[in-house]
Ligand binder design. Structure first.
Ligand SMILES: NC(=O)c1ccc[n+]([C@@H]2O[C@H](COP(=O)([O-])OP(=O)(O)OC[C@H]3O[C@@H](n4cnc5c(N)ncnc54)[C@H](OP(=O)(O)O)[C@@H]3O)[C@@H](O)[C@H]2O)c1
Length: 291
């Protein structure tokens, strides 16, 4: 599958199209002139680039994807994030195969391998990967570490009082710009040579929550006061929007990262031919959310 002359026959379906990775991926594919169907659960207020078709679909309900996957060539799936336990990968793959899909690119997570005992990451996340690897289709699995965009959790308090609260203030992780993940996904979708590959995706350096808050302050031109939370305080906050097993594993990664979770991977550079973007670049690009 080369990237040329297939306007009439090649169709790419992107699930999670409103997400931190899905949005830049849809943009990259549209900019390259690909025929794209962007899928999200919601119908209203979904902005997609010109020429991109938007359709409703839910990874937790494979039948809802049948109309969009029918006649598609490639599907970009994400693991459902905090809702991964609701995702039925075998059902989705059956519907995809029946629709003629030949290639699948999965947004998974590094924790699938670094946290084998975790019911969410090593359990549910791993079983989604396994289903894709055994699907008989061309597959590529993306395993990123933490996203730069998790800092959006600070947007409200930065806007209101110039504060940012997080646990494990001085523990470094090589967080990644989700736009880089989107570009790697676009390459895996459009180019040959990525089938059967697993990419570990990280940013270029280790950075700590305190340093990331500082970088947002630099981009704003105003200092931000960092408030270090206890693990219990952070857990209480995260439980409002994530299931308990996901929260515990996330806190373990943030507070006691393994050597593999602190390793800087060269995979972004190998695929894209340039180094991954820094957190400071992400902060500058997204500073409107913090003003
Ligand atoms: N955040 C991290 O640090 C991190 C690290 C490693 C891996 N990941 C993985 O990256 C992905 C995105 O992470 P994120 O935290 O940045 O989230 P996000 O981009 O804010 O959300 C992802 C998208 O998922 C869609 N979605 C959720 N449940 C869905 C379902 N049942 N069917 C279809 N679409 C559904 C949502 O769109 P609609 O509501 O519009 O449908 C949303 O746009 C997840 O798969 C996550 O496991 C994240």
């Amino acid at each position: 599958m080369s990237g040329h002359n297939r306007w009439d026959k090649f169709m790419i379906v992107v699930t999670g199209a409103t997400g931190n990775v899905g949005r830049p991926l849809v943009q990259a594919l549209a900019a390259a002139g690909e025929r794209v169907t962007a899928v999200s659960r919601g119908v209203s207020g979904v902005a997609v680039p010109e020429g991109v078709r938007h359709r409703q679909g839910d990874l937790a309900a494979p039948e809802s994807l049948r109309p969009v996957l029918n006649g598609a060539d490639v599907v970009f799936l994400h693991d459902g994030g905090a809702g991964a336990h609701l995702v039925n990968p075998w059902g989705i793959l059956d519907v995809a195969k029946a629709g003629g899909v030949r290639r699948v690119v999965l947004l998974s997570s590094q924790g699938v391998v670094t946290r084998p005992q975790s019911p969410s990451h090593g359990g549910t996340g791993r079983s989604i990967e396994d289903a894709i690897m055994r699907s008989g289709m061309d597959w590529t699995v993306l395993r990123p570490g933490g996203f730069d965009s998790n800092a959006f959790a600070w947007a409200e308090t930065v806007r209101a009082q110039r504060t940012a609260a997080a646990p494990f203030a001085d523990t470094g992780l090589p967080v990644i710009d989700p736009a880089d993940i989107g570009e790697v996904a676009a390459a895996a979708i459009r180019e040959d040579g990525h089938a059967g590959r697993v990419y570990e995706l990280t940013g270029p350096v280790l950075s700590t929550p305190r340093q990331r808050a500082e970088a947002i302050g630099d981009a704003l031109g105003e200092p931000i006061r960092f408030i270090e939370q206890t693990r219990d305080e952070a857990r209480a906050q995260m439980l409002r929007f994530m299931p308990e097993p996901v929260v515990e594993t996330t806190l373990d990664i943030l507070g006691r990262p393994t050597p593999a979770e602190q390793r800087i991977s060269s995979d972004v550079e190998q695929v894209l031919g340039r180094p991954p973007r820094t957190f400071a670049e992400w902060a500058i690009r997204n500073i409107a959310a913090f003003r």
